[in-house]
Design a protein around this ligand. Structure first.
Ligand SMILES: [Zn+2]
Length: 51
């Protein structure tokens, strides 16, 4: 998935809080909303915590 990141937006992994950039960002759509993570593992954890 292609995403447009604004410079210095300060995005952080919503699970572990790690700073994200174009090289390590991982996006997953959860409940029709884009969520940003550092890896698929964090996305899984975040998604599981919502259930
Ligand atoms: Zn993370």
């Amino acid at each position: 998935m292609r995403i447009n990141l604004k410079k210095d937006e300060g995005l952080r992994c919503e699970n572990c809080g790690m700073k994200l950039n174009e090289n390590n960002i991982y996006v997953r759509i959860i409940n029709d909303k884009e969520h940003y993570f550092c890896c698929s593992h964090c996305a899984d954890k975040f998604e599981n915590s919502l259930k």
